[in-house]
Ligand binder design. Sequence first.
Ligand code: SF4
Length: 245
Amino acid sequence: MMTQTGEDGALVFFKAQHRAFLDAIKGKRDIIPALMSLACSSFDGNVEIQAQGQPDIACHKGCATCCTIRVVATAPEVLMAARYIRHTKPAFAKQHIDLLQRLNEADTATRNLAELERVALRRRCPFISQGVCVIYPVRPLACRGHASHNKKACVDAAASRLDSIPFSMPHMMVRSLVQNAMQSALRNSGLAWAVYELNHALVIALSDECSESDWVAGSDVFADARIADIDPNEMASVFDSISAA
Ligand code: SF4
């Protein structure tokens, strides 16, 4: 748990998380759920501590105002969501919800759009149904870390009437630390560690049964969906300097 505050606290937390992710990769036969269980429990537990004394979060079930943003995710997050979609597809089909069709249509409309173009498009995430996220248990860390203190500000921003939203800093900080520590551990373990655009990466994952085993074997199966505005060399050098600190 992140018990210290400030830069030192963040550094200690990052290093502890990095070691925990390395252990999860080494010690488990099925590393996808092992990594995601660790990432989500760490995010939830630490956000609860860091957000103490902060204003309440306005996000609630049924509010999908912000679910038009570009969602980015690491390979374990994509692969966990792909497992969930494969597993729940028959149940959703009975409710006349075709998750794969929704995903493919969204990907066709949004592939390769930059973050601002994506917001301007105002296209809803394909996983929203009747205002609810249907992949909620496996939603990426990016969605978990996107928490607002003011619903009206979210509504106004979605309608282009406002530029900024009062996001919860503890949610953003903990998401970033947990995700980056996982990426750093993946990198040190010889696994593809980039972040990818969720819809495009999911289309790849769901169209190839071998995507998970290939990724576990070290292949960057989602390379085509990699987010271009993040420089991997810069991130790698930050990870190396943290390890050396
Ligand atoms: S995955 Fe779920 S929480 Fe994330 S943007 Fe889509 S609907 Fe919203």
